[in-house]
Design a protein around this ligand. Structure first.
Ligand SMILES: [Mg+2]
Length: 181
């Protein structure tokens, strides 16, 4: 399902090197609004350290934001010392392709993390990269996001139920195997 994320984390800091290595991810695209900064433009505490650690371990990190507020994105990119793409028009594929060129990586080496199903997740799934949804940093969402949120909640709820069913099935299979073996 194109709107389902591959993974769901509380925030970017939960994306650790072990996880990225397990999935052979060499490049991570990161959304800005409500993923790295809240609506008051405060950076998520510890984001810098998290980002530095990824870079030190050879993971290329790049901002991909739909915002037209270029100074806002530049500030975050400068603080984290990473490249950025603004006006990305996610879920359009163009900016994703641009990011792949910039990082010199192919989709199966890349992941995108963001708080919105209809931009970050949809876009990432369209180009075939790993998609990670995070909880929005701030409940005071900007207007356009407010419109989309109820829809995204439905998707997340469905996704959680889907994962629960998957888990139940795995446990059932495991129990049958244990019984049989
Ligand atoms: Mg966002």
């Amino acid at each position: 399902m194109i709107l389902y994320p591959d993974f769901y984390f509380n925030n970017v800091k939960e994306i650790e090197m072990e996880f990225l290595n397990d999935h052979r991810i060499r490049g991570l695209l990161v959304d800005v609004d409500n993923t790295l900064i809240d609506t008051d433009r405060n950076m998520l505490e510890g984001a810098k350290e998290w980002c530095d650690n990824l870079k030190q371990n050879g993971v290329k990190v790049c901002i991909i934001s739909n915002t037209n507020k270029i100074k806002k994105v530049q500030k975050v990119a400068m603080e984290l010392d990473i490249p950025y793409i603004a006006f990305a028009k996610k879920p359009a594929k163009k900016a994703f392709h641009k990011a792949m060129e910039m990082l010199k990586l192919v989709p199966n080496q890349m992941a995108i993390v963001g708080d919105q199903v209809t931009t970050d997740i949809w876009g990432g799934n369209r180009v075939g990269m790993l998609t990670i949804l995070t909880k929005p940093l701030d409940k005071k969402d900007i207007l356009i996001t407010k419109v989309k949120r109820p829809f995204e909640k439905i998707i997340i709820n469905r996704y959680m139920k889907y994962m629960e069913r998957e888990q139940a099935e795995i446990e059932r299979e495991q129990a049958e195997m244990d019984k049989g073996g």
